[in-house]
Design a protein around this ligand. Structure first.
Ligand code: HMG
Ligand code: MG
Length: 302
């Protein structure tokens, strides 16, 4: 079984990582984090979301963050847009890619975006159409592809069903997300397999939260299937406000270390990435959630 020779990482730290922080994180800190991530070699960064500031207050500074960044050529900046209102607000800030976000679970869809799966697709369709017409790339996030905090285990058929709906409205690539980090390799592979009925391997990414400590194993399981796009969060920041108890995404540092060990190229400088993680952890006043970063920092200081 051959693994991909290259992997593309999307750091979702500024968005998924920070959206759940209780204390407001200043826009200047988010901007500095984006700058440090791109300096470390990240070629894709999920910067912010255009959602209701009443639902997710931490992302209310979306315009400020997008306007304040120094964009680097060759870096793709993506943002979440749940509906046309969000899209219209986002488009003024010139994202390279917008993300519509649905879930394989009805209950999570209701809690997260206040509508049914069918209604979510109706809302996404005009967003996707408008983005494609404007030359903006479109990604679809699929939450709860193995488990849901409200419905429990999710069957792969439901993932396939959602992937088919996303494909039907013109979404170009999708994220198979384990929102609450309950997945184990075979279950994650089944969710990816179901997605493969609608999207090619180049258009599927893995988005694994690390709540149960399975995210690296799940990453490896996805690599074995040929998946070469992954989302991760520097310092393992994050969680979803509508998935209580779920911790952050797998730490980007941990994924880069794994990939380096496998001889897989990411174009990322691990030392600079560790510095970026140290910066945001210091701003948040807590240790990094990345075990690799903690180990490397301990080594540096010894
Ligand atoms: P709603 O209440 O159903 O929307 O919310 P509405 O159309 O009835 O409007 C209600 C109010 O929201 C109105 O304001 C609208 O103007 C406003 P009011 O009159 O009360 O002052 N509104 C908006 N404001 C700003 N931006 C918008 C927008 N739309 C309406 N786009 C809505 C629907 C989706 C907006 C709401 O449910 C929401 O904001 N939810 C938050 C969803 C979210 O951000 N979740 C976290 C991200 S998803 C995630 O983390 C999972 C992921 O990482 C993958 C994984 O791990 O699973 C991607
Ligand atoms: Mg997430």
């Amino acid at each position: 079984m051959s693994l991909p020779s290259q992997v593309r990482l999307i750091d979702v730290g500024p968005r998924d990582g920070l959206q759940n922080e209780k204390q407001p994180v200043p826009a200047a800190v988010k901007i500095e984090l984006v700058h440090r991530l791109q300096a470390a070699g990240l070629k894709e960064i999920e910067v912010t979301s255009y959602v209701s500031p009443k639902w997710v207050p931490q992302m209310a500074d979306n315009h400020e963050v997008m306007a304040g960044m120094n964009r680097q050529t060759g870096v793709r900046y993506s943002v979440l847009t749940p509906n046309l209102k969000g899209y219209e607000a986002a488009v003024a800030d010139r994202p390279d890619e917008i993300v519509v976000f649905g879930a394989a679970s009805e209950a999570f869809t209701q809690k997260n975006i206040n509508c049914s799966i069918a209604e979510s697709i109706e809302r996404f369709a005009p967003v996707v159409q408008a983005a494609l017409a404007a030359g903006i790339a479109v990604r679809g996030a699929m939450s709860c592809t193995v488990g849901c905090p409200y419905e429990g285990e999710i069957a792969p058929e439901r993932v396939g069903y959602l992937a088919g709906l996303m494909k039907g409205i013109g979404v170009q690539r999708v994220d198979v997300a384990d929102t609450i980090g309950v997945g184990t390799p075979k279950k994650v592979q089944a969710a990816i397999e179901a997605t493969l009925a609608h999207f090619g391997i180049d258009h599927i990414s893995g988005h694994f939260h690390d709540t149960y400590g399975q995210a690296l194993s799940n990453t490896y399981a996805a690599l074995q299937m040929g998946v070469w796009n992954f989302q991760s969060s520097v310092a393992g920041l994050g969680g979803c406000p509508y998935a209580k108890g779920a911790t952050g995404n797998v730490a980007t540092e941990d994924v880069v270390y794994l990939l380096q060990g496998l001889g897989i190229d990411t174009g990322i400088d691990l030392d600079q990435l560790v510095d970026a993680g140290a910066y945001i952890s210091e701003q948040l006043g807590r240790p990094s959630g990345s075990r690799v970063a903690r180990a490397l920092m301990a080594k540096r200081s010894s």
